[in-house]
Ligand binder design. Structure first.
Ligand SMILES: [Zn+2]
Length: 423
């Protein structure tokens, strides 16, 4: 490409003019290069406007999808290198690494580590043989991790710190990757910045293109992209319906247990078949609700969800008189029978440990047979299911389980429902 006479001439001409002028032909060629190899990224690639920043020393993106490039560095890079970087940066944008960094509470001190984790998440999916990322390519293995996971996991699992990335002169990947604003970044919609709604739309559109492309068989889509797209497009179901169904299943399981033991053939029934045994009266199971009142939960959110859960429980036959609510953070604070969810005093506000709460619930008399846990998921859980108690976890907030710099997995022995209280 360096020997292409047209290209050589254009470079000479440009050099004779404004040194800060950006080689727009190369930018256009790089976009086409990227879109040809990753067709599902085309809309996203073309939605990013390019802003020239002399002396930047590289390329970065901001949260409004602007791509900043140093014109001199663009001159040095090949079309393939610039195109590869565009694919990489588009990955940061459509995967909302900035928003996720904020959700995780990544501060300035941890931004460099997060950026590396985000790079690792993207780069292991950029398997195209033509890919030519300039400089060192960060992969999960670079961080001592296995591939195919998310940045949230890499930042916790990885044993790494690269101080050179935190250097203030180093553009890194920009605020579009780590939510830390850079001095050269524009504000608002200046320079073609996209409003949040449009970014959201483009991310959704990209996700559906990824799945279409994978289905069409026209080419290979990395599994990481496919998983991302599936999660992004997961249809939003009404959590109330799902939670009610799970609570009902829990109640049925408990009632079924009682039913089964009662139905065991008895010698008495066998010897005198004319004896009619009394019909089994299904007991209304004891239900308790455990509320996570740790600092990470908003009281208003919790009260709203709790009120709705109370309604759900009434709908499945659990009367107010048999409902108990516990407020839990790292200790069990209050237990009381409630006549209304609004009467529950939410106390606490420390760290969370739902193991303590579940133990507390198991000590209640009568012992609850169904336990509904309302939490944001930022808590450790007991390794084993509490004996004889069906547990339904209502995970509040879209990012349940990630936060405070850690990822908490909900236990496999519980029924888990994501509760989107805003919906
Ligand atoms: Zn990056």
């Amino acid at each position: 490409m360096g020997t292409d006479p047209v290209q050589a001439e254009r470079r000479t001409n440009r050099r004779g003019g404004d040194p800060s002028a950006l080689d727009l032909h190369k930018v256009a060629a790089a976009r086409l290069w990227a879109a040809a190899r990753h067709p599902y990224l085309a809309s996203a690639l073309f939605a990013s406007t390019v802003v020239a920043v002399p002396e930047l020393g590289g390329a970065s993106v901001d949260e409004a999808w602007r791509l900043y490039v140093d014109p001199e560095v663009v001159d040095e890079w090949t079309v393939a290198e610039l195109g590869s970087l565009m694919v990489h940066h588009t990955g940061h944008l459509v995967r909302d690494h900035a928003g996720r960094a904020r959700t995780l509470g990544v501060d300035h001190a941890r931004a460099a580590d997060w950026a590396l984790a985000a790079d690792a998440e993207i780069n292991d999916d950029l398997v195209h043989p033509d890919l030519r990322l300039p400089g060192e390519v960060v992969l999960p293995a670079t961080l001592g991790c296995e591939h195919g996971r998310l940045a949230e996991e890499y930042i916790n699992l990885g044993d790494f710190h690269m101080p050179d990335r935190a250097h203030p002169d180093e553009p890194g990947c920009g605020s579009g990757a780590d939510a830390q604003p850079r001095p050269w970044e524009l504000a608002g919609d200046a320079g073609g910045g996209l409003p949040p709604g449009e970014r959201e739309l483009l991310a959704c559109q990209t996700a559906s293109r990824v799945l279409d492309y994978a289905k069409s068989g026209r080419g290979r889509v990395a599994t990481g992209w496919q998983r991302w797209a599936e999660e992004r497009l997961e249809p939003r179901v009404d959590w109330r319906r799902v939670l009610a169904a799970e609570i009902r299943k829990g109640i049925t399981t408990v009632a079924g247990r009682a039913d089964y033991s009662y139905r065991r053939p008895s010698r008495r029934a066998g010897s005198s078949p004319q004896v009619v045994l009394p019909a089994l009266e299904r007991p209304v199971p004891e239900v308790a609700v455990l509320c996570d009142t740790s600092g990470s939960m908003e009281d208003a959110d919790l009260a709203k969800v709790l009120a709705e859960v109370e309604g759900l429980l009434r709908g499945v036959g659990v009367g107010r008189s048999s409902l108990r609510v516990l407020a839990v953070d790292a200790a069990v604070h209050t237990t009381r029978r409630v006549t209304s969810a609004s009467l529950v005093e939410l106390v606490g506000g420390g760290g969370t440990d739902m193991s303590v709460g579940i133990e507390g619930a198991a000590r209640l008399r009568p012992r609850p047979s169904v336990l509904v846990v309302l939490t944001d998921g930022m808590t450790p859980w007991p390794a084993e299911a509490p004996k004889g108690m069906e547990v339904v976890i209502g995970l509040i907030g879209a990012e349940g389980g990630t936060g405070g710099g850690q990822v908490w997995a909900t236990p496999a022995w519980a029924r888990v429902v994501r509760v989107d209280h805003a919906a």
